[in-house]
Design a protein around this ligand. Structure first.
Ligand SMILES: Cc1ncc(COP(=O)(O)O)c(C=O)c1O
Length: 405
């Protein structure tokens, strides 16, 4: 699917399956579970993988196929495969590639359900996991074992926004014949293309920016044609987390504006982050766009920009954070990210509630950490809402304080 076309063009045209029957501009929603064969020989040859053509929509569907081919083109990958959720994609990659006795290396901070899969489920299947507090080529090299089969990374990490330098780790993985997987949900292919940095597989919660409108749950994995074929014949077929055509169609529609949306998400974030940083109630603030952020130097090489997620703490700690999140009016108190609406949430009790208090502390997720996904509203309106929520939080914190008298 490699192309020299620009990303904005690929987001609209790449991988088109289209409508050979009537020529409709918009891709038809092939709302069908099964496909009629001309004869038994044709059906049998499709099952045997000897001829092209659809069989049954768990294994493939024309509308879903267009989505897969388009995201693969955006990621610079040979092929892609869609799943019913981001976690469906993560689970397919893990169970499609690892077996009892294998070893996986990842970071301590990760999306909460990925962490739960790695801690709870992989232990049951006899797969060892090393969770590194700091991930770089040296710490990964020190953790490699003869049975290491996979390195699985998020960058920037959800929700701490730590940035991992991918290229040296991907090179190390290749050297040691270890599969490298990058969750690119936070960046999207507009800002970061891990395959070009040497990753074997890149995956997304397509629920987020790829769709962008908060109305679909979906996942996608991109990589070599061989890896994708193996996932289709393996975990998609037998574990069955297949994406429906209507949801695929909604993401195809969302993708057309992905580059434009990401640009605006990011420029809004620049305003919001700078405003938050100077606010007297705001303590630590994490956004790779700040010069002091340790990952900032990778902007321009690994990443085309810092993205549109901000994490921050208030000087008033947990109570102030709760009061602020309860007080937003325009911004919505909701998990997920990458939607038109600005979303605010509390990782410790929500997206990362799968971590114990000790695990949260080790992963650098403080009890008062707030995660903000900056949306597409006007940045002045987002700031005005955050300002009133902070003022409300201040009032409540003062009112709750025992009086000095
Ligand atoms: C970084 C990341 N990866 C994977 C997932 C899982 O995706 P889904 O919710 O679509 O299953 C999420 C969900 O928030 C996420 O933030």
């Amino acid at each position: 699917m490699k192309s020299t076309r620009h990303l904005e063009t690929l987001a609209i045209h790449a991988g088109r399956v289209g409508d050979p029957s009537f020529g409709s501009l918009s891709t038809p929603i092939h709302q069908t579970s099964t496909y009629v064969f001309d004869n038994v020989a044709q059906g049998a040859s499709r099952f045997a993988g000897e001829s092209e053509g659809f069989i049954y929509s768990r294994l493939g569907n024309p509308t879903v196929r267009e989505l897969e081919q388009r995201v693969a083109a955006l990621e610079g990958a040979e092929d892609g495969i869609a799943f019913a959720s981001g976690m469906g994609a993560v689970a397919a990659v893990i169970f499609g590639h690892l077996q009892q006795g294998d070893h996986l290396i990842t970071s301590k901070a990760l999306y909460g359900c990925t962490f739960a899969l790695f801690t709870e489920d992989l232990a049951r299947f006899g797969i060892e996991v090393s969770f590194l507090p700091e991930v770089n080529a040296n710490t990964v090299a020190a953790e490699l074992r003869p049975n290491t089969r996979m390195i699985y990374l998020e960058t920037p990490i959800n929700p701490t926004l730590e940035v991992i330098e991918l290229a040296p780790i991907m090179a190390l993985a290749k050297q040691h014949d270890v599969l490298s997987v990058v969750d690119n949900t936070f960046m999207t292919p507009v800002l970061q293309r891990p395959i070009e940095l040497g990753a074997d597989l890149v995956l997304h919660s397509a629920t987020k920016y790829l769709n962008g409108h908060g109305d679909v749950i979906a996942g996608i994995v991109c990589g070599s044609a061989e890896a994708v074929t193996n996932l289709r014949g393996g975990p998609l077929k037998t574990m069955g987390a297949a994406l429906g055509p209507m949801d695929a169609w909604l993401i195809i529609r969302g993708l057309k504006t992905l580059p434009v949306r990401v640009e605006r998400h990011q420029s809004n974030t620049e305003h919001v982050a700078q405003w938050l940083r100077q606010h007297s109630q705001v303590g630590n603030i994490y956004w790779p766009g700040f010069k002091e952020h340790p990952g900032h130097s990778l902007i321009g090489t690994q990443m085309a920009g810092p993205g549109a997620l901000i994490a921050f703490e208030l000087n008033g700690g947990y109570d102030a954070a709760v009061a602020m999140m309860n007080a937003v009016k325009l911004c919505r108190l909701a998990v997920s990210l990458g939607d038109a609406e600005t979303l605010i949430q509390h990782p410790a009790s929500m997206t990362h509630a799968t971590y114990s208090p000790e695990e949260l502390a080790e992963a650098g997720i403080s009890p008062g950490l707030i995660r903000l996904s900056v949306g597409l509203e006007h940045h002045e309106d987002i700031v005005a809402d955050l300002a009133q929520a902070l003022a409300q939080a201040q009032q409540e914190t003062l009112a709750a304080r025992p009086s000095a008298a």
